[in-house]
Design a protein around this ligand. Structure first.
Ligand code: ATP
Ligand code: MG
Length: 183
């Protein structure tokens, strides 16, 4: 499983549609302070279901929508799409048969948030579900932000266990069991 495209429109500083293709195994993003490098990572965590504005360096969720500039009016909505190459079928479940999986989230100024997988309307939890056990999620270890390492080192045993269970692929089954027990 490999992230091959990140497409942003109206998200934070990206007023227009910007599509980043991620070729090869290693990609570096460089640019001056404030040019939007961290906004790209915020976008990845947002589309994966992050629902806490402060985790995305904002005060309210609508802060992720382009707020306008001297020459541009604010956007009415924003969208982020991640395209994964799933030729190794690491993503399993109802979308597991696809070799390419596009996950998209759209938010409008009135607060309506919607999620899509390969163009099909899904719930937030469906998005989180397909990545369970892959290490990818709004707060999972595939994204190592500033301060993450020290947070792991200083975490309490029960927090550390959550990380280890995700790495070992156990979290997926725990979630299934929790669902079954709650039925
Ligand atoms: P550094 O090198 O300092 O870490 P960076 O490249 O990571 O910088 P970001 O933090 O990604 O920069 O981008 C910050 C910029 O994004 C700021 O100029 C801020 O005004 C702009 N920005 C954030 N949210 C919005 C928004 N909703 N609308 C328009 N611009 C926004
Ligand atoms: Mg930054």
């Amino acid at each position: 499983m490999r992230l091959s495209w990140i497409k942003l429109a109206g998200f934070k500083s990206f007023a227009d549609l910007v599509a980043f293709q991620l070729p090869g195994q290693r990609v570096g993003v460089v640019g001056p302070n404030g040019c939007g490098k961290s906004n790209i990572i915020d976008a990845v965590r947002w589309v994966l279901g992050e629902s806490k504005a402060s985790e995305l360096r904002g005060e309210s969720m609508q802060d992720v929508i382009f707020s306008g500039s001297a020459t541009r009016k604010p956007a009415g909505r924003c969208s982020v799409e991640l395209v994964f190459d799933n030729s190794d079928h690491r993503i399993t479940g109802s979308f597991g048969q696809y070799t390419e999986i596009a996950v998209k989230r759209v938010l409008t100024r009135d607060g309506t948030s919607s999620y899509f997988i390969n163009g099909q309307v899904v719930r937030r939890r469906d998005v989180q579900d397909i990545f369970l056990g892959t290490g990818l999620g709004p707060r999972a270890y595939a994204i190592i932000g500033q301060g993450t390492i020290s947070r792991i080192i200083e975490s309490r045993p029960e927090e550390l266990r959550v990380l280890l269970e995700e790495a070992a692929g156990v979290s997926k089954y725990k979630e299934r069991r929790r669902e079954t027990e709650n039925r």
